[in-house]
Design a protein around this ligand. Structure first.
Ligand SMILES: Cc1ncc(COP(=O)(O)O)c(C=O)c1O
Length: 409
């Protein structure tokens, strides 16, 4: 809850020694949860059964429900989204090089590198924030085995163009759908595209199982392989037929998922209302551009993302994030600085940025603001009031920050 309301002068800002607007941190991804009683009923049942892991009844029920919800043949629950990606990569027998965006969370690059596959970073389209199909083919070499597209903010990649490129070049196609649970492309649920799509059900995601993830595919053979691989390669009790890992989802995670699924519509409704309120309250702020969603598609409205144009506002994205953080509003710079600027990739490819101008530009401009059922209208009014106040007093704030920076030197 906000603790202080209006700021009338710049020294009221917490960054400049005023009181913080929020007494408790307001997080970007505080979990949205289902009904507590239903969750506890199921936990009590699990407790009585003493069946906590190893493909228990709740994991099987969760898998059935996921399949039905997504309209996909297989949706295999696992312990997190990164392992889901590692399993899909391994089961598809990828090798050599794989094309992936740099403007994303680090896990897809790591899942590749972990298996000694080189992630080749391709630039994004500044309009969609997703892989730019026009730039992919120039990155293909004889060692390329696949493309990994990421449905950033839940906005589907250019699925059809990527599918055509993959077919034309005999490449596998995977999607990191960590942001896109509950979203659709041309009316069909994300889960059904490429060779496989990978979800994350991490606590910060729109739909969570504490930690968790899943691999969705319509390919029976691939699904069978992933099922074996996520359980050490066991076929039956005593027979191991592949190298595998421990990717199993626990019963308590599946219970969280089953309970969350029952509240999915309400969670989307709250996200949508919050999204609309942010849009209304910050509309007309020149220099702030909000990421929008295609009204013809299903969408989870989880991500409240703005691009900050420093030249129009007079403050950098980092100034705004710093200012909000001091107020206990934990705005995030997703995805700064881009995977290619993180280790080990920065050392492997020190000049990758030359081929990633849009990634570099966007990574310096994006700001994510809090959403989810833990965020109310009063919070959003307070956050937007602060952003507007900062923009209205940009020159004064910049001067004060400069004086402070000089004093600290
Ligand atoms: C785009 C993206 N992919 C993958 C992941 C990794 O998922 P997990 O944390 O479940 O391993 C995340 C975040 O957690 C993400 O934002």
């Amino acid at each position: 809850m906000p603790s202080h309301t209006a700021k009338s002068k710049i020294t009221d800002l917490a960054l400049l020694a005023g009181p913080a607007a929020f007494s408790e941190p307001l997080h970007v991804g505080r979990p949205s949860v289902g009904d507590r009683e239903r969750f506890l009923e199921r936990v009590n049942d699990m407790w009585d059964r003493r069946w906590f892991s190893n493909n228990g009844p709740y994991v099987r029920e969760f898998e059935d429900k996921l399949r039905g919800f997504l309209g996909v043949k297989h949706c295999i629950p696992v312990c997190n989204g990164t392992i889901a990606m590692e399993l899909a990569i391994r089961a598809l027998d990828l090798k050599g090089e794989v094309i992936v965006p740099s403007f994303t969370f680090i896990s897809a690059a790591h899942a590749l590198q972990w298996q000694e596959i080189t992630p080749v970073f391709c630039d994004i389209d500044p309009k969609t924030h997703n892989l730019d199909p026009q730039k992919i083919e120039a990155m293909i070499t004889p060692r390329t085995t696949a493309i990994v597209g990421v449905h950033t903010w839940g906005r589907p990649c250019e699925v059809d163009a990527l599918t055509r490129i993959a077919r034309r070049n005999d490449l596998r196609l995977l999607f990191d759908a960590a942001h896109a649970f509950g979203c659709s492309h041309q009316g069909r649920a994300i889960a059904n595209f490429g060779d496989a799509e990978v979800f994350s059900f991490h606590a910060t995601k729109f739909f969570n199982t504490f930690e968790g993830g899943a691999v969705a595919t319509n390919d029976d053979e691939l699904a069978a392989k992933i099922r074996l691989m996520k359980n050490f390669g066991f076929q039956g009790n005593d027979n191991v037929i592949y190298i595998g890992t421990n990717g199993k989802m626990t019963e308590i995670s599946a219970i969280m998922g089953l309970t969350g699924l029952e509240s999915l519509d309400q969670i989307i409704q709250v996200n949508r209302q919050n999204y609309d309120l942010y849009r209304e309250l910050l509309s007309g702020c020149s220099g702030l551009t909000m990421v929008t969603y295609d009204a013809r598609e299903r969408c989870n409205f989880q991500y409240i993302v703005f691009e900050v144009d420093e030249s129009a506002i007079g403050l950098t994205r980092d100034d705004l994030v710093q200012l909000l953080t001091a107020e206990n509003i934990l705005a995030r710079r997703y995805f700064f600085p881009g995977c290619h600027r993180m280790q080990p990739y920065r050392s492997f490819f020190p000049h990758a940025g030359l081929l990633l101008p849009e990634t570099e530009r966007l990574a310096g401009r994006v700001m994510s603001l809090p959403n989810g059922t833990a965020v109310g209208a009063a919070d959003i009014q307070q956050v937007c009031g602060l952003v507007r106040f900062a923009i209205d007093h940009a020159a004064e704030i910049r001067a004060a920050l400069q004086t402070r920076e000089l004093a600290l030197k």
